[in-house]
Design a protein around this ligand. Structure first.
Ligand code: HEC
Ligand code: HEC
Ligand code: HEC
Ligand code: HEC
Length: 311
C-alpha cells in the first residue's frame, strides 16, 4: 500500500515537471507542421485570442479570410501588385512606401521594387490599411475588386474592449517608411554582406562552434539543429533558396518579410523572447507568438541573422 502510494506520488511529480517543461518551451521536430495560427495573434476572427472581430454578426469567425479567399482573389487586372497567394486583402501601392535605398554592398532598392510577400504583411502592418479591407468578404457575393472596408467591429479579447480596426500597437506598426528596417525586396547577392551561398542546407550551418559551449544545450539545442519552417513544415533539408521570393510571391531571389517570418507559425520555442515578455504587465503582451519567426528557437544567439550572414 505504502509503496503504491510512493509510486503514485513519484508519478504525479514527474507528470507535473513534464507539464511545466512542455508549457515553457515546445520542441519541433523535422516534418512537424508549422501551424497553430488559430491560437495566435494572426487569428482575427471572433474565435481569436487577441485582436479579433467582436462576433459573427459584426464580423466573422473565419480565420484565413483575413488574408486568403478561395475565389475572386485580389489579383485582378485592376490590381497589379501580384499579391498572393490567393490574396484577399487590399493594400497600399508599392510606391506608397519608402524603400531601403542603397546598401553598403551597392544594391539599390527602389520604391517600385517593394514586392508582394512584403506588401502582404504591410497590408496590416502599415498602420493605415484596416484589417477588414477584403476583396471577397465571407458570405454570398460580397466581392469588391481591390478590397473595401467591411465595417467589422474589432475587440481586444484579453481586455474585452473595443479596438480600432487597423494596427495601433506601436511595436507592430512597421509603417510606410522601410528605410529603418532590415532591407526587404532586396536581391540576395552571394558576393556581399558575408552572405552564404543560396544552396546552403540551413540545418548544416554551424552556429555554435564560435560560442561558449553552454550555447549548445540552450533552448533544446536549436542553435545546433537550426531548423526552419519552410513550405508549412519544420525542415532539416531546406536551403537558403527556399527562404527567397520573387517580386510576385513565387520562388525567386529576394529577401522579403516572409523570408524570416511565417505568418502561420505560432512559434513557441523561443525561451529568450518569452522571458522578455513576461516582464511586460500589459495583459495582451503576456503571450508571444515567437514573433512568427521561421526559425525554431527564434533569434537565440542571433541564429536568424547568422543563417544568411556568415559573420
Ligand atoms: C495574416 C495573414 C495570413 C493568414 C490569416 C493566413 N495566411 Fe496563409 N499565407 C500568408 C502569406 C503572407 C503567405 C505567403 C507566405 C510565403 O511566401 O511563404 C501565405 C501562404 C500560405 C500557403 C502557401 C505557403 C505555405 O506556407 O504553405 C498556404 C497553404 C496558406 N497560406 C494557407 C493558409 C490557411 C489554410 C489559413 C487559415 C487557417 C491561412 N493561410 C491564414 C498569410 C496568411
Ligand atoms: C490581416 C492583418 C495582418 C496581416 C496581413 C499580417 N499581420 Fe502580423 N499581426 C496582425 C495583428 C492584428 C497582430 C497583433 C496585434 C496586437 O497584438 O496588437 C499581428 C502581430 C504580428 C507579430 C507579433 C507577434 C508576437 O509574437 O507578438 C508579428 C511578428 C507579425 N504580426 C508579423 C507579420 C508578418 C511578417 C506578416 C506577413 C507575412 C504579417 N504579420 C501579416 C495582423 C496582420
Ligand atoms: C532579415 C529577417 C527579417 C525580415 C526580412 C523581417 N523581419 Fe520582422 N523581425 C525579425 C526578427 C529577428 C524579429 C524579432 C526582433 C526582436 O526580438 O526584437 C522581428 C520582429 C518583427 C515584428 C515584431 C516587433 C516587436 O518589437 O515586437 C514585426 C511586427 C515584424 N518583425 C514584421 C516584419 C515585417 C512586416 C517585415 C517586412 C517589412 C519584416 N518583419 C521583415 C526579422 C525579420
Ligand atoms: C534571409 C537572409 C537574411 C537574413 C535571415 C538576414 N539578412 Fe541581413 N541581409 C540580407 C541581404 C540579402 C542583405 C542585402 C545585402 C546587399 O545587397 O548589400 C542584407 C543586408 C544586411 C545589412 C546591411 C545593410 C546595408 O545597408 O548595407 C545588415 C546590417 C544586415 N543585413 C543585418 C542583419 C541582421 C542583424 C539580421 C538578423 C536580424 C539579418 N541581417 C538577417 C539577407 C539576410
Amino acid at each position: 500500500m505504502k509503496r503504491r502510494f510512493a509510486i503514485a506520488i513519484a508519478a504525479l511529480c514527474f507528470g507535473l515537471i513534464a507539464a511545466v517543461e512542455s508549457n515553457a518551451l515546445d520542441t519541433y521536430i523535422p516534418g512537424a507542421p508549422a501551424g497553430n495560427i488559430g491560437n495566435s495573434r494572426h487569428n482575427l476572427g471572433s474565435f481569436g485570442m487577441h485582436v479579433g472581430t467582436m462576433s459573427w454578426q459584426y464580423g466573422t469567425t473565419e480565420i484565413c479570410t483575413f488574408c486568403h479567399t478561395p475565389h475572386f482573389t485580389n489579383v485582378g487586372a485592376n490590381f497589379a501588385y501580384g499579391l498572393g497567394p490567393m490574396w484577399n486583402r487590399g493594400s497600399s501601392a508599392p510606391t506608397s512606401f519608402t524603400a531601403y535605398g542603397a546598401t553598403i554592398g551597392g544594391t539599390t532598392i527602389a520604391n517600385t521594387d517593394v514586392g508582394s510577400t512584403t506588401l502582404a504583411c504591410l497590408s496590416c502592418h502599415d498602420g493605415v490599411t484596416t484589417f477588414d479591407t477584403l476583396a471577397n468578404a465571407p458570405g454570398k457575393g460580397r466581392i469588391v475588386q481591390g478590397g473595401s472596408d467591411r465595417g467589422f467591429a474589432f475587440y481586444d479579447f484579453v481586455g474585452s474592449v473595443p479596438v480600432a480596426d487597423y494596427m495601433t500597437s506601436a511595436r507592430l506598426v512597421i509603417g510606410l517608411n522601410l528605410t529603418d528596417d532590415h532591407p526587404v525586396s532586396v536581391v540576395y547577392n552571394e558576393n556581399v554582406a558575408g552572405l552564404r551561398p543560396t544552396n546552403t542546407v540551413i540545418s548544416s550551418i554551424d552556429l555554435t562552434s564560435e560560442l561558449n559551449s553552454s550555447a549548445t544545450t540552450y533552448d533544446n539545442g536549436n542553435l545546433t539543429k537550426n531548423l526552419w519552417s519552410v513550405r508549412g513544415f519544420i525542415s532539416d533539408t531546406a536551403t537558403i533558396q527556399n527562404l527567397l521570393r520573387g517580386p510576385y510571391g513565387a520562388p525567386g531571389n529576394r529577401v522579403e518579410c516572409g523570408s524570416c517570418h511565417d505568418p502561420h507559425f505560432n512559434n513557441k520555442s523561443w525561451q529568450e523572447i518569452d522571458s522578455t515578455y513576461t516582464s511586460v504587465t500589459a495583459q495582451q503582451e503576456g503571450l508571444t507568438n515567437g514573433q512568427f519567426l521561421r526559425r525554431v528557437g527564434g533569434n537565440t544567439g542571433s541564429g536568424v541573422c547568422r543563417t544568411c550572414h556568415e559573420k
